[in-house]
Design a protein. Structure first.
Length: 318
């Protein structure tokens, strides 16, 4: 006997501000959304501390707490929230086929992609070894643990500049490891870095290895790529801030993306190149990447999905 496939009107993939906002709107539009959280339920904000720039929280709120609130609201309004990750999709025909945890196939009339983005890593073995034990990709989340200590941060974009100045407030000294002889960050951010006395910028410098005692980090070996001179920086924390990559690999071949993997949506819309598939949040936005903009685009995706289904129903019943 063949397995009975589950058929849903609206499947939401991802549980950051974009996914949960899409769920809130889709549930209120009676689309009975099913949302799969992915491996990091709540998304990137669960790895931050204080969020001060999300409107409606005059005193600020902790990232994990905010995401719990998003989840509660989506759930209260009727979203079926499930822990699981989408392992593959087949968008060749309607309804769309989505495979969860490499085992369960769901048929979906509409799919909202809100899979977000993840931090990039240098790719060193020692970086993996000490990840969470001195190595971090989020200064705002983990800087607190290095109060009064010396740390290093790699990267030269706005994120690295912002995080370096954040760390400088907590730490005794911040080495900023910049691989070229200039920053990529905006002039204002560079100005701020260069005017922070306890930040030392090391230009033309690359990280060779993160050193430690097997438990925690105690130094970083860097090399000047002009002179080949190696230096050991005595630091207990090593922060990586070299950008993010969108979590869109499973959609490759189906959904149009830019060369770096960000999903391309039609102007003023969350529509992708595939009928009934919508994208929102950091999987689709490499410019703003804020909780509030992700939430806004999640709202757009749910409204687009609802209008798409209504138009189809109208054609069928007309
Ligand atoms: P970016 O892609 O802008 O910058 C990444 C940085 O990491 C670059 O300086 C790059 O060096 C460096 N880098 C990449 N790979 C390596 C490597 N293997 N080793 C060493 N260095 C490496 O990413 P961001 O996260 O900084 O910013 C992303 C977007 O978000 C940007 O548009 C930015 O403006 C925006 N943003 C805005 C903020 C604000 O306005 N407040 C705050 C944070 C981000 P290189 O320059 O040599 O390529």
């Amino acid at each position: 006997m063949s397995e009975q496939l589950e058929h849903v009107k609206c499947l939401i993939i991802g549980s950051g501000p974009a996914g949960y906002t899409a769920a809130i709107y889709a549930a209120r539009a009676d689309l009975k959304p099913v949302l799969y959280t992915g491996m990091l339920a709540g998304g990137q904000l669960t790895q931050t501390t204080e969020v001060e720039n999300y409107p409606g929280y005059p005193e600020g709120i902790l990232g994990p707490e905010m995401m719990q609130n998003f989840e509660k609201q989506a759930s209260r309004l009727g979203t079926d929230i499930r822990f699981g990750y989408v392992s593959s999709v087949d968008f060749a025909s309607l309804p769309h086929k989505v495979v969860v945890d490499e085992s369960k196939t769901i048929l979906a009339d509409t799919v909202i992609i809100s899979t977000g983005a993840s931090a990039k890593w240098l790719g060193l073995e020692s970086e993996q070894k000490y990840n969470g034990f001195g190595v971090s990709a989020c200064a705002v989340c983990d800087g607190f643990f290095f109060r009064g200590q010396d740390v290093a941060i790699v990267g030269a974009g706005d994120t690295a500049a912002e995080e370096a100045t954040y760390l400088a407030k907590l730490c005794r000294k911040v080495y900023m490891i910049v691989r070229r002889d200039e920053f990529r960050a905006s002039k204002a951010m560079v100005h701020r870095v260069l005017n922070t006395p306890n930040i030392e910028v090391l230009y033309n410098t690359e990280t060779k290895e993160i050193l430690g005692d097997g438990q925690t980090v105690n130094a970083v070996k860097v090399i000047n790529n002009q002179t080949n001179e190696e230096t050991k920086l005595d630091v207990t924390g090593f922060f990586v801030a070299i950008g993010h990559h969108p979590n869109t690999e499973i959609f490759r071949g189906w959904i149009d993306m830019d060369p770096t993997g960000y999903i391309i949506t039609k102007p003023d819309s969350s529509e992708t190149n595939i009928e009934g598939v919508f994208a929102c949040g950091d999987a689709q936005d490499h410019i703003y990447r804020q909780a509030i903009t992700a939430a806004g685009s999640g709202c757009m995706a749910a409204i687009d999905a609802e209008r798409y289904l209504a138009a189809k129903e109208h054609v069928v019943t007309a």
